[in-house]
Design a protein around this ligand. Sequence first.
Ligand code: NAD
Length: 251
Amino acid sequence: MAYAAFDLTGRRALVTGATRGIGRAIAEALGAAGATVLVNGRNPAGVDLTVAALRALGIAAEPLAFDVTDAAAAEAAIAGAGRIDILVNNAGIQHRAPAVEFPDDAWDAIIDSHLTSVFRLIKRVAPQMLARRSGKIINLGSLLSELGRANIPAYGAAKGGVRMLTRCLATEFAPHNVQVNAIGPGYVRTEMNTALIENTGFNAWVCARTPAGRWAEPEEIAGAAVFLASDAASYVTGQILYVDGGVTASL
Ligand code: NAD
């Protein structure tokens, strides 16, 4: 017998940046749990490919291509998207450089994609959730929501911001039965990290620093999203669920 509280049948879930990596894994997991998945990405052809791949797995999927940093495009897409019960803010980019050399435009682009766009998208999707007194918002945090690291000042500032945005909105929306939570993945084997995975020294450091002794696969992050999107998490709000192989538990 399946545990009914995890069943997402009838729910519509928008996942940003869902064409690869963690977003793709979350889209597949939400779909496998019964949700219809609205697949977002910047490139319409890539979004269509992902929709076709999900449909081939028996998942109900619809394309919703737009750039999350383009406020007008996001607003138009949301206006035409119909009901959204679950919003997963996953899209984002990375840039690594020493703080004193960090390009101003890279700072702006990272804060925009990981933080400002998250707020703007929530602002556009939340009204229908609040009116229905039902909805789930899941933001992608990071170890950098909690812990510092050299050469990624903008990413750390954005992900720390995601942690507090999650708590502020959870507080504001809780009386309306809309839950806002975040997932904080550890080091995950995705294209965002290709250079780090191929760097022997960094790879060894990740495996030594992570009590689990290895990188995560994207699929290992997705179960947390299913839980937070489900009725099983109806009294869970304002939390960051670290899925990190023990990193934040250890010195
Ligand atoms: P990824 O680079 O593999 O995938 C990110 C996706 O977002 C890509 O499909 C990309 O095209 C899309 N995207 C980027 N900017 C966009 C925009 N403006 N509009 C629409 N789509 C856009 O990255 P990932 O590793 O899968 O990371 C996904 C999320 O998880 C990010 O928020 C990241 O910060 C977070 N995260 C990743 C790790 C990790 O180790 N990989 C760890 C902690 C947190």
